[in-house]
Design a protein around this ligand. Structure first.
Ligand code: B12
Length: 475
């Protein structure tokens, strides 16, 4: 049997370390035909990689590139230098086997990353079908260049875009993350990732998700998802599962069915999720989510100004966000809210509209993150807007030199001032620069949580401390 080594090059540990879900899914797909191993770089950061390659002696090597930069405008971290230095270059020095790249970051900047790394092949987007097909072609000395979403060192352009609709993830194979990598170091802070669908049919002007996953929702069978959660919790105990979908409650009804399947199984789990779409939320959904084991959710409307919701093409309206917020408050499901200021047309009035919403609809027990500046990615509507407005050149690469969009109707400084002011007056509002609590605050939160055995999410404990420290004049 030929051997495949899959390498996770992600060393970012914030906001918490994330397991290489996609690589584990690929490993599960390949294992019937290949001997597969995953080298997980999150904690080892490449130190044992050369030894791993020498011992395993693979016939193919795949590198997963998840993050390009951290998208935190005031302290941008560019991950690719480390990826080259700690992972790709050391491996290239000791082997000549075909090197294949993939991953969400890679899928946004495939040409740039092929050039920079000198890899042999790259696959844009999901690879469960294309990677096995590519390996077979290489083994049989056949030209792979007609495979969809493939990029080769020879051509340096994507072969043909498939539209990503070829895989129907109805009965997806389980990733069994803990079988492929050592999951123990993730357990204290991290989560077990679960995907319930692929694709995103929303059109948010700045977003890359449709480019990475395709524009159509392709759902997994709810029972299949619940089975995966049940089996993983049997192996690992009472852990937190996180849904990594673009939005959890799309298409309408899917999230409800997943919750019902989990409830039916009567398993004790902690669940959390990113994006909740206001348009498809309901009291029934939130009640089902609580019953299934959700301990916290993220709400990411980006704005609560009708004009900005339109300009960002969010696909939902202010009344829909208000309705969702009232339900969240009533059902008291701990929520982290995310707002993104500075998009096309943002001004002081639109900023204040969002602030009014925060004051009138969000519980002070819930966290509000206020970010500024929209990272401009290629092939997005925001890219076209920025070109039209003469902010970037048509062919400009935004790979190493990330560009951020700021509305010309309010200066970046003024926006930062307004956010600072808002966060000084509201203990639950934080700017993007404040995302990490101080070690002293974290220590107090840990003591509080130990002493009272609280079940609430950590962010709620931190907010209580922040409020008290503010009142005592400590911060
Ligand atoms: C969920 C998510 C999160 C969650 C993670 C939760 C969790 N438990 O995993 C949270 C909110 C915590 C998060 C945080 C961050 N994220 Co994030 N996140 C995502 C998201 C939406 C999905 C990732 C995912 O799990 N996909 C599902 C799995 C199955 O897919 P996959 O791993 O990509 O694998 C498939 C393919 O890519 C491919 N593939 C993968 N590897 C390989 C390797 C080879 C060889 C091949 C051939 C193919 C291949 O095949 C796989 C199976 O089909 C993506 C956007 C997206 N839609 O991809 C952004 C995304 C990856 N995040 C991004 C960023 C920037 C971050 C942060 C740095 C933000 C920050 N400052 O905090 C952090 C970093 C966290 C960390 N420790 O690494 C960016 C990266 C782009 C960039 N600019 O660098 C993305 C692309 C979003 C964006 N802005 O466009 N994130």
């Amino acid at each position: 049997m030929k051997k495949v080594l899959l390498i996770n090059t992600n060393i970012e540990k914030g906001p918490y370390p994330v397991p290489p879900l996609g690589l584990c899914m690929l490993a599960a797909c390949l294992e019937d035909s290949y001997q597969v191993r995953i080298y997980d770089g999150v904690f080892d950061e490449g130190r044992g990689l050369v030894e791993e390659v020498q011992q395993f002696n693979p016939d193919f090597i795949g590198f997963s590139i998840r993050n390009i930069d951290d998208v935190v405008i005031d302290r941008v971290i560019f991950y690719i230098d480390d990826i080259l230095e700690k992972f790709i270059q050391p491996v290239k020095k000791i082997t000549n086997v075909p090197i294949i790249l993939g991953g969400s970051g890679f899928s946004i900047f495939p040409v740039e990353l092929m050039e920079l790394t000198g890899a042999d092949f790259g696959i844009v987007g999901e690879a469960e079908e294309i990677l096995p097909a590519l390996l077979l072609r290489i083994q049989h000395n056949q030209d792979p260049s007609d495979l969809p979403n493939l990029i080769t060192a020879k051509a340096l352009k994507i072969s043909k875009e498939s539209g990503f609709s070829n895989i129907k993830p109805t009965g997806m194979r389980f990733s069994e993350i803990d079988r492929w990598i050592d999951f123990r170091p993730y357990q204290p802070k991290g989560v077990y990732s679960i995907q319930t669908k692929r694709g995103c049919s929303h059109g948010c002007i700045y977003c890359t998700y449709p480019l990475i996953e395709g524009r159509k929702f392709r759902t997994r069978a709810p029972a299949n998802i619940a089975d995966e959660i049940e089996q993983a919790s049997k192996r690992l105990g009472y852990i937190t599962f996180e849904f990594v979908d673009s939005t959890f409650n799309d298409p309408r009804g899917h999230a409800e069915s997943i919750c019902r399947e989990i409830i039916k199984k009567n398993i004790r789990v902690r669940l959390r999720t990113m994006g909740i779409n206001p348009r498809h939320s309901s009291e029934e959904l939130f009640e089902l989510m609580l019953k299934a084991g959700f301990v916290q959710i993220d709400a990411t409307p980006d704005s609560a100004s009708p004009r900005m919701l339109h300009n960002l093409d969010k696909g939902f309206s202010l009344p829909e966000i208000e309705k969702m917020a009232l339900m969240i408050k009533k059902i008291n499901i701990p929520t982290m809210w995310f707002f993104l200021f500075g998009g096309p047309g943002e001004n002081e009035d639109t900023f204040r509209e969002t602030l009014d919403f925060i004051d009138n609809y969000i519980s002070p027990a819930d966290m509000v993150y206020m970010n500024t500046g929209l990272r401009i990615y290629p092939n997005t509507p925001l890219f076209d807007i920025a070109v039209k407005e003469g902010r970037i050149a048509p062919g400009q690469s935004l790979f190493q030199q990330a560009a951020y969009y700021f509305s010309d109707k309010i200066s970046r400084n003024r926006l930062n001032e307004l956010i600072k002011e808002a966060s000084l007056l509201r203990h639950n509002c934080l700017s993007s620069a404040e995302t990490k609590p101080s070690p002293a605050m974290m220590a107090e939160a840990n003591t509080l949580r130990k002493n009272s055995e609280v079940q609430e999410p950590v962010f709620r404990t931190l907010l209580k401390i922040r409020k008290r420290w503010r009142e005592e004049g400590k911060i």
